[in-house]
Design a protein around this ligand. Structure first.
Ligand SMILES: *Cc1c(COP(=O)(O)O)cnc(C)c1O
Length: 366
């Protein structure tokens, strides 16, 4: 059995550190908004290279608070991609704005910057690129377009902790960067979690208000906000795991190199692309094949976990029926969605396991 992801193996590598931190929190009974979360916000901002970070309780909350904090509201339009996790668009519609989808590149699976300007209208307020699977979007072009049209940029970096575009980390380009700490992410909590990175001090203060009932000082509610707080246990665990994030990502990258080498001559299997000027962090290792469903079933029968990220594009989801999109609107995204298959990928994946996965793929071809 080789799972798509093995969280247990990761836990065993840090078990003693985690349990001692959790014990300490239990002894102190300080569970919410304490020193662990505060320390983590500083550490994470330092790691990404932004001035500030505001921890929240999910990646979805990070996206939603970013949009609210930047003043995006009813009647506004935000340009994003159809081939992401649903939450990317959901955050936009939940603040009352309209997600406007833009097709992606066949190689990076990220937003096609040549098609963004066609989508800009008088109502457009922001571009929300997703660094899908851990491969950064083309941030130079996105920033240039945003500057020319006076648009905000919100990065969905929920799959790209530690990824780099021209030696700068994702999450440090936009007006905000949004991260998820869902357990399976490159930096995963032991529960729900998320964070917003920004260089904007005024926005930082507004995000802190929005996160916790608009309260400051205690007893005074300046604006109507939310309860989107991260808890201390997650803060402590994330502080521990952040120390190892580069090591984890380097292991993922090493695994990706081995996969790619072994898959080079396998017919009808396309390995994931990596731009020469980026550091892809392989949240997922996604191959493309015209025999996706058959191969997936074959591998699952041989005890190898696979996934499809994502089988149904957002513009065709029942929730967005009223937006009026139809099959054929985004030919590249639609083609890719039928070919993609995620193979086992996690830091602790062994060379031997990768050999087994590729041997099974070759067996399928025979
Ligand atoms: C995981 C993810 C989210 C949502 O994060 P949650 O922590 O699950 O709310 C948003 N966008 C992308 C691209 C993601 O992968």
């Amino acid at each position: 059995m080789i799972p798509l992801i093995d969280l247990k193996k990761n836990y065993l590598g840090i078990k003693d550190e985690v349990l001692s931190q959790i014990n300490k929190i239990f002894d102190d009974c300080k569970f919410i908004m304490g020193e662990n979360v505060e320390k983590f916000e500083k550490n994470f901002a330092d790691y990404i290279g932004t001035k500030y970070a505001v921890a929240v309780n999910s990646g979805t909350a990070a996206l939603q608070l970013s949009l609210l904090g930047l003043g995006i509201k009813n009647g506004d339009e935000v340009i994003t991609v159809p081939n992401s996790f649903f939450a990317t668009a959901e955050a936009i519609s939940n603040v009352g704005a309209t997600p406007v989808f833009c097709d992606v590149n066949d190689n990076t699976h990220n937003i096609n910057v040549n098609k963004i300007e066609d989508k800009i209208t008088k109502k457009t307020k922001a571009i929300l690129p997703v660094h899908l699977y851990g491969h950064p979007s083309d941030m130079d072009s996105i920033k240039e377009i945003a500057k020319n049209h006076n648009l905000l940029v919100i990065e969905d970096a929920c799959q790209a902790h530690g990824a780099e575009y021209k030696n700068k980390k994702t999450g440090a380009f936009g007006d905000t960067g949004c991260f998820s700490f869902y357990p399976s992410k490159n930096l995963g909590a032991f529960g729900e979690g998320g964070i917003i990175t920004t260089d904007n001090e005024e926005l930082f203060n507004k995000l802190k208000l929005l996160r916790a009932h608009g309260e400051n000082p205690k007893g005074t509610h300046n604006i109507s906000g939310y309860n989107f707080r991260l808890d201390e246990i997650q803060g402590a665990i994330l502080n521990i795991k952040l120390k190892y994030l580069d090591r984890y990502n380097n292991s993922r990258r090493k695994n990706a190199v081995l996969y790619k080498n072994l898959l080079t001559d396998v017919p009808n299997i396309e390995s994931p692309y990596e731009d020469p000027f980026v550091k892809h962090v392989y949240h997922l290792f996604v191959i493309k094949t015209d025999f996706r469903d058959e191969l997936s079933r074959f591998l699952n029968n041989k005890g190898i976990g696979t996934g499809i990220h994502y089988p149904n594009l957002i513009h065709l989801q029942p929730a967005y029926k009223e937006l009026g999109y139809k099959l054929g609107d985004f030919p590249v995204s639609e083609k890719i969605s039928k070919q993609i298959l995620s193979l086992p990928m996690f830091p602790e994946l062994t060379e031997e396991q990768i050999h087994i996965v590729v041997d099974k793929i070759k067996e399928f071809r025979l």
